[in-house]
Design a protein around this ligand. Structure first.
Ligand SMILES: C=CC1=C(C)c2cc3[nH]c(cc4nc(cc5[nH]c(cc1n2)c(C)c5CCC(=O)O)C(CCC(=O)O)=C4C)c(C)c3C=C
Ligand SMILES: [Fe+2]
Ligand SMILES: [Fe+2]
Length: 344
């Protein structure tokens, strides 16, 4: 029987305590809550105010952001989002949620799997607190960016730091390292790309690997992103040579933003130049995106196709990202189990 006078007896106003749980928090970039200009504006305002994303001194950037970008871009971007919006909302959010559910099923009840977005909803602080409230005192945070960049991976860590700063009782944290050259990632991509190319109703002459771009200056400043993209392409090409020996493999960078010089070659330039040089059939994959999103479904599959066809191309096969299909989920399970070693 507990002795009420004992110093070890909990006072009657002691808050409830849950401990002993293990959490995995998948994180992707973020997306607007609706495909409307006001929702896109709120999302872009948060995203493009991050000094990790736009590395221009705030005193110069804020007037451009608020005076020009946030007045003009939301309507244009909302139109792009509206073309790819699903019943489950933004594709990026719907697919990231499906990935979390699939990983939960693979890891079982010993782990709580959830997902969050760096910008917009659900936020990293809200999901981290929810995990802690549920009793997770150890959490693996997994940014779903295979290639590291300051604008993506490091920015997730910044936000995680903000979240931890507000917590009295913090969970212990591990983070998933970038996996651009991990054999499990390269194998998943190779298997998934081969399977998708095999069911196209045409034989592509070129496989274009399109990665999200970054300002070229980030390369000079020491960001490893460009090298990691190139290495993924090299390893993937080596892996694909057996299955698709006659396919020429090229790399490009998409989604240029702003006036500065970006990593080259630009995806749309490559699509147009290939078509002008006589290539009629291209397959395009986006290995740097864990989930299909406006950048793949609208920029590649709608605008990219227009560019290719206008230059004389005939067939553009836009391959799906790994999403929540088995090749990608098996890879994610392998990476996550490795990082949980000693915890699980
Ligand atoms: C995969 C890695 C990504 C890098 C690197 C990246 C850098 C980067 N992005 C912008 C500006 C925009 N990106 C936008 C969308 C977007 N970007 C990524 C991923 C990376 N970005 C994803 C997954 C998405 C899709 C989000 C979705 O809701 O589907 C957008 C918004 C869309 C638009 O208005 O065009 C902008 C803007 C910069 C400036 C940058 C490098 C520093
Ligand atoms: Fe982006
Ligand atoms: Fe490089």
């Amino acid at each position: 029987m507990p002795d009420p006078a004992s110093p070890h007896h909990a006072p009657s106003n002691h808050p409830p305590v849950a401990t002993g749980g293990l959490g995995v928090l998948l994180v992707n970039l973020g997306t607007p809550d609706a495909a409307t200009p006001p929702a896109v504006r709120r999302y872009l305002a948060e995203f493009l105010s991050d000094p990790r994303v736009v590395e221009i001194p705030a005193i110069a950037w804020k007037p451009i952001l608020h005076g020009i970008v946030l007045r003009t871009r939301p309507a244009k971007s909302a139109h792009a989002y509206a073309q790819v919006w699903t019943e489950g909302g933004s594709p990026l959010a719907a697919i990231t949620g499906a990935q979390a559910r699939a990983l939960q099923a693979r890891l079982g009840a010993a782990v709580t799997v959830d997902w969050a977005m760096r910008y917009g909803n659900p936020s990293i602080p809200a999901k981290l607190q929810a995990m802690k409230d549920e009793g997770c005192d150890r959490v693996l945070v997994a940014p779903l960016y295979p290639q590291y960049s300051g604008a993506t991976t490091a920015s997730v860590m910044d936000r995680l730091g903000d979240a931890l700063r507000t917590m009295r009782w913090q969970p212990a944290i591990r983070t998933l390292p970038p996996y651009h050259d991990d054999p499990a990632y390269i194998a998943a991509l190779a298997q998934d790309i081969c399977a998708q190319v095999a069911v196209l109703d045409f034989v592509p002459e070129v496989l274009l690997l399109s990665y999200h771009g970054m300002p070229e200056r980030t390369l000079q400043l020491g960001d490893p992103y460009h090298c990691q993209c190139r290495k993924t392409s090299r390893l993937l090409a080596e892996r694909l040579r057996d299955g698709l020996p006659r396919l020429r493999i090229e790399t490009s960078f998409q989604s240029r933003f702003g006036r500065a010089r970006w990593l080259e070659p630009a995806t749309e330039t490559v699509l147009a130049n290939e078509a002008r040089a006589g290539v009629r059939r291209i397959a395009i994959a986006a290995p740097g995106f864990s989930a299909d999103c406006v950048e793949t479904l609208e920029e590649l599959a709608i605008r990219g196709r227009e560019v290719f066809e206008a230059a004389g191309g005939e067939r553009l096969g836009v391959l799906a990202c790994l999403n929540d299909r088995s090749a990608g989920m098996e890879m994610l399970e392998t990476l996550v189990r490795r990082e949980l070693s000693g915890w699980l």
